[in-house]
Design a protein around this ligand. Structure first.
Ligand code: ATP
Length: 250
């Protein structure tokens, strides 16, 4: 397997006649935490939806390894997506199910494992995110940070190679958000997962991003790509300002 896990080529995204972002070109490398950043409304979530096939490109394509996802038939897309775990912004847990039932759901749907093995995997995944012992709790009995961690446990239930995470720190207080950042790194290290994280949280970007892409909503294009700390010190002025770096000319 090569080092390029996801490649986006000439991707233009829009709604009807309205273009949100044009000519996106980037590659996500194996094992990195790749951050998609930009101001609210620039198209970060829309990009994630394209990576999942929930929205079709106006132009261009998404590739996983060396296989076109965009032009793949439905069964090939499903096979590719089996390698991808997703944590949506609101965690998207089923509120009428316990944490164990939530995490078990993908295992029941996509593996032939017997119930006893599923229970063991569920316990392992919940303990990996620090929720060992919370198997029988319902999502509404948990804090926002715990709900996100439960969402992560479900996202990793099928041992995905790739994790797509939308706004991990949204609606969390800063210390809880930092703990979730640390957990994303831990999972990457423990499971060898490649992560794509969509966020406008500067602490997350600088804290866990290996490389980052800056989407400029007004220009409707990418205006910077690179290591977050480098972009903060020597990226374009608007990116430096976004990342809280100095905007004075050197
Ligand atoms: N279903 C839709 N129909 C039409 N326009 C949409 C739709 N969904 C999103 N948009 C528009 O597309 C643009 C990008 O939205 P998107 O949610 O991808 O931004 P974002 O960068 O993720 O924002 P945020 O950080 O606030 O979540 C916005 O201008 C939004 O209004």
């Amino acid at each position: 397997m090569g080092d390029d896990v996801i490649s986006v080529r000439g991707l233009t995204m829009g709604f009807g006649d309205r273009v949100v972002m044009r000519d996106l070109d980037f590659t996500v490398h194996r094992g990195e935490v790749f951050v998609v950043m930009g101001a609210s409304g620039c198209g970060k979530t829309t990009l994630l939806r394209h990576l999942l096939g929930l929205q079709e490109p106006t132009a261009g394509e998404v590739r996983y390894d060396d296989e076109s996802f965009t032009s793949a038939p439905r069964d090939a897309r499903e096979r590719i997506l089996r390698r991808v775990g997703v944590l949506f912004q609101g965690s998207a847990l089923w509120t009428s199910m316990t944490l164990a039932e939530n995490v078990a759901l993908p295992l029941e749907q996509f593996t032939p494992l017997p119930a006893s093995s599923i229970r063991a995997v569920v316990r392992l995944k919940l303990s990996l995110v620090g929720l060992g012992g919370f198997e029988d709790y319902y999502p509404w009995e948990l804090s926002g940070g715990m709900q996100k961690r439960a969402g992560l446990a479900r996202a990793i239930s099928l041992d995905p190679e790739i994790l797509l995470i939308d706004e991990p720190s949204a609606s969390l207080d800063p210390p809880t958000a930092r703990r979730l950042d640390a957990l994303i790194l831990q999972l990457r290290d423990a499971l060898g997962t490649t992560a794509v994280v969509v966020t406008h949280d500067i602490a997350t970007i600088l804290g866990i991003g290996t490389r980052a892409l800056f989407l400029d909503g007004e220009a409707q294009r990418v205006i910077a790509e690179g290591a977050p700390a480098e972009l903060r010190s020597s990226g374009p002025a608007s990116v430096r300002a976004f990342l809280g770096g100095s905007v004075a000319r050197p």
